[in-house]
Design a protein around this ligand. Sequence first.
Ligand SMILES: *Cc1c(COP(=O)(O)O)cnc(C)c1O
Length: 355
Amino acid sequence: MSMTPAPRDPKSPPIRINLLSDTQTRPTPGMREAMMRAKVGDEQIGDDPTTNELCGRVATLLGKTAAVFMPSGTMCNIAATLVHCRPGDEILAHPSAHMNTREGGAHAALGGFQITPLAGEDGMFSPQTLRAAIVAPNRYSAPQRVVTVEQTSNIGGGTVWKKADLDEIVKVARANGLVTHMDGARLMNAVVASGVSAKDYADGWDSVWIDFSKGLGAPVGAVIAGSNEFIGEVWRWKQRLGGAMRQSGMNAAACIYTLDHHVERLKDDHTNARALARGLAQIPGVDVNQPQTNLVFFDPSKSGVDTKRMISELDAHGILTGALDHRIRACTHLDVTAAMIEETISAVRQIVSKA
Ligand SMILES: *Cc1c(COP(=O)(O)O)cnc(C)c1O
């Protein structure tokens, strides 16, 4: 499984349509302006005014008392489990969770934690599945410490957890002494798609973070929020992991800019994703998910063109996509227009009809 392509052949045509990931956005002129004007200080000692403003805004957005700026979402997940767990503890997560599949084994390597899979469709598990996985404390079993969800689920297809299911999971967790952690890399996509506020989604979750370098379109950064005590502990791990920064205000300014200018427009990404899926579904032999947000997964293999070949032929058209298992992932984002979607659909149709 890989979404990381090999370096491109320098003789390939330039990429005109970049659907590889919503991390591929470039800072906009307005964002660069905001970065240039940012007031800065020393983040490590709590003296960077723009970073402090960002953390305050995210804490409020998520309904928590404190927050801290992190270099990446991966470091948010890692610092959170390092705070919540002790070596030998168990984390309950969907098997496709980023934590389990794309963080280099960090939770085992750095924490000595084991991740127990909770299976379910589309990257999500049910409250019943969680309930069934709970074991009464005994000296044979690893202590169960954390339950985590991804809102939205990445490998699940950008799917949105229902608020009622999240509430029920919190209830089961509370009743069994589990800490709750939400990987909100694309939480704002869920908010825009569902109309449920970020605060409502985060309600009852002990730690929650959002990524600014995904669909929101900032170059760097994520913010994790929780109680004062939790964030104090995260700060220690951030220092230990080398994540404490200096004049991070320039990056924080880009993140603040996204909260002001790039949240509502996520709707456009969702519209483009639906249009892409609709167009692809009309091509014989192409299987495609019904995107709820900005991630489209399709499998062209029944058309006679397998995933690997489709990716390389699209590349020759100047269209970049990524492989995930047997499927192709195409992400819509800030730098993808409706016209590019139409062009992508025609390119896939042409590649299939030639085969
Ligand atoms: C991208 C992603 C992360 C990691 O965030 P980075 O900022 O890339 O480190 C974690 N969880 C999910 C669901 C993601 O999609």
